[in-house]
Design a protein around this ligand. Structure first.
Ligand SMILES: C[S@@+](CC[C@H](N)C(=O)[O-])C[C@H]1O[C@@H](n2cnc3c(N)ncnc32)[C@H](O)[C@@H]1O
Length: 296
């Protein structure tokens, strides 16, 4: 069921970094994702938007861009990222991806990795991303594949109450969705993206394999499997370019980059706040642009 105002999976104050990544036996997945990103990213770029950047796990991969804007709904995740990377070449933005606080056409790159599975309104978020990208901008999207091998087998054995072949997203835990590749494909096209490449990843996401085979070897084998293009892996990376015409505003610098998330109007800097023409103000605190709620 889709709610009128889409729900948000809130990571504020979450221990995601230590609970899910550090020392949690996922170096194989981490390696694979970094390697695929390196393959899909350009040799150089101007401004990249990392949507759902979290604590900045993948941020170092974006070094080819002159500026990286880390956007996340969680202020605390961004605080950690800022401690790691500082301000040179980086901007930190706490905001809801359903209401991106940017002028149109200001990014030539965008990534969204391990994030879209938290979105119940996929068309809504993809339209926002398309709006802020310049024509031909490169958007790398990773999504969780409902048509993965394990789900297909469980379904064939009658051990699963949902069908991996159905096009609709499946919400297996509250605000955690898996998607059919054809569904994502359709929504990307509708939002105005053309998909250049789809890469299935993490074929060997099995506890026993990860415990017994070195991550580097598994990642190497995964690379071989990726070349088959067989879309039955648990994750799929897609490389997309923005189509149709939007203004190319990539040259907008500094605070001119920002638009009011409620009205879309250009924001003006006033001390430690950004103000819209109606006087609505957004705060910059701890070096983070905070668009979660206006201040009064
Ligand atoms: C599973 S984490 C992935 C973080 C990072 N991309 C990575 O791969 O390590 C998902 C992130 O999406 C963010 N997120 C979820 N819903 C969001 C929304 N509506 N707007 C912005 N960020 C959101 C969460 O705060 C969280 O940091």
């Amino acid at each position: 069921m889709q709610h009128e105002t889409p729900r948000i999976c809130d990571y504020e104050g979450s221990d995601y970094r230590t609970r899910f990544w550090e020392g949690q036996g996922r170096s194989y997945e981490d390696r694979v994702e970094r390697a695929v990103l390196q393959r899909l990213l350009p040799a150089s770029g101007q401004r990249l938007l990392e949507i759902g950047a979290g604590f900045g796990r993948l941020t170092p991969e974006y070094h080819a861009y002159q500026q990286v804007v880390l956007l996340d709904y969680s202020f605390s995740q961004l605080q950690y990222a800022r401690q790691q990377y500082g301000d040179k070449g980086f901007l930190y933005v706490a905001a809801n991806a359903y209401q991106l606080p940017f002028m149109p056409g200001v990014f030539d790159g965008a990534t969204m990795i391990r994030v879209i599975h938290h979105f119940e309104n996929v068309p809504g978020v993809l339209q926002q991303i398309r709006r802020v990208m310049q024509p031909q901008g490169r958007f790398i999207l990773e999504f969780a594949n409902k048509r993965n091998m394990k789900a297909l087998l469980r379904h064939a054995m009658g051990r699963q109450n949902w069908n991996p072949n159905d096009l609709d997203p499946v919400e297996f835990v509250e605000l955690n969705f898996n998607f059919h590749p054809a569904y994502i494909q359709k929504e990307l096209t509708t939002a105005g993206f053309m998909t250049q490449e789809r890469i299935p990843v993490s074929f060997f996401r099995l506890g026993i394999l990860k415990r017994t085979v070195p991550a580097s070897l598994l990642a190497g084998l995964d690379k071989v499997m990726q070349r088959t293009g067989w879309l039955v892996a648990p994750g799929i990376f897609t490389l997309n370019t923005a189509q149709n015409s939007t203004p190319n505003n990539i040259g907008l610098i500094g605070d001119a980059l920002f638009a009011c998330p409620q009205t879309g109007a250009l924001l003006r800097r006033d001390g430690d706040t950004l103000v819209n023409p109606d006087g609505l103000r957004w705060q910059i605190r701890d070096g983070i642009y905070d668009f979660k709620a206006p201040i009064h």
